[in-house]
Design a binder for this molecule. Structure first.
Ligand code: ZN
Length: 261
């Protein structure tokens, strides 16, 4: 279920892979697609619920009893977003939570300073980034593909965390398609590199590419953020979901960050 887990008390971060608890069971955190039918949202919410419980148990997937918890262990309330490859960031505060809309907010970044709230970012080749100021208890999650890199969604999320009092920020860069696999037309490579030069890349077969991960690394370093590399290549690693490998039907992996209350 988890490709990566790290705890820096009281903050916990995790990236999921494509495997649910049971043998052959697929974990897919994608929003329902048109034509998925009326039960699709319930299936998604159940999957998120199972992941939240496993996170609460410190990563133990608990096999047959995915919703069992030791007494006194809190489950995070998971806030997700409808990602639109832009740079809007939402601050999740008590007021927003009280009348949270049924549909996820259309943003690509979330921040909060509320313990017990887990922020969820989803991706299948784009870069999921989790962020935290462990001392101040401020966390963030951002979704950055090629467009998010150009639009600066990650620096925007860092700025919003600083508004909540964050100072020493750590970022975990999750699984995404690597620069050796992400082939693009030459003109597109130029366009992105004009904004973020560090993204200029070449595929392993010698054609133009964009390295979104390296671009985000540069943006994070420019913001004086410590970076933890929690990535592997979604296209190359079949334990992960990949849009480039699987097309429209591709599922989504998730990144979650929360302050355990
Ligand atoms: Zn790759």
């Amino acid at each position: 279920m988890f490709a990566f887990l790290e705890t820096r008390e009281p903050v916990e971060v995790a990236f999921t892979d494509r495997h649910a608890g049971g043998p052959g069971d697929v974990l897919d955190l994608a929003e329902p697609k048109p034509g998925d039918g009326p039960g699709a949202r319930d299936v998604l919410e159940e999957s998120i619920h199972v992941v939240a419980h496993a996170l609460a148990r410190g990563g133990d997937t608990a096999g047959e009893e995915p919703l069992d918890l030791p007494s006194g262990v809190a489950v995070p309330a998971v806030v997700r977003m409808r990602q639109v490859h832009a740079a809007d960031v939402l601050t999740v505060d008590r007021t927003w939570l009280e009348d949270a809309p049924a549909d996820p907010p259309e943003v690509d970044g979330l921040v909060t300073d509320l313990p017990g709230v887990a922020l969820l970012v989803r991706a299948a080749d784009c870069v999921p980034v989790l962020l935290a100021d462990v001392e101040r208890g401020v966390v963030g999650a951002a979704h950055a593909g090629r467009l998010g890199l150009v639009h600066g969604v990650v620096p925007g999320t860092v700025a919003r965390m600083r508004e909540l009092g964050a100072e020493r920020i750590v970022a975990w860069v999750g699984p995404h398609v690597c620069g050796r696999c992400y082939e693009v037309p030459a003109a597109m490579r130029e366009e992105v590199a004009a904004v973020v030069p560090e993204s200029f890349a070449e595929t392993s077969w010698g054609t133009p590419a964009v390295d979104v991960g390296s671009g985000i690394l540069a943006q994070l370093r420019a913001e004086d953020v410590e970076v933890v590399d929690a990535s592997s290549c979604t296209l190359e690693d079949e334990d992960l979901h990949s849009y480039r490998r699987e097309g429209e039907a591709a599922g989504r992996i998730g990144g979650l960050v929360w302050v355990r209350p």
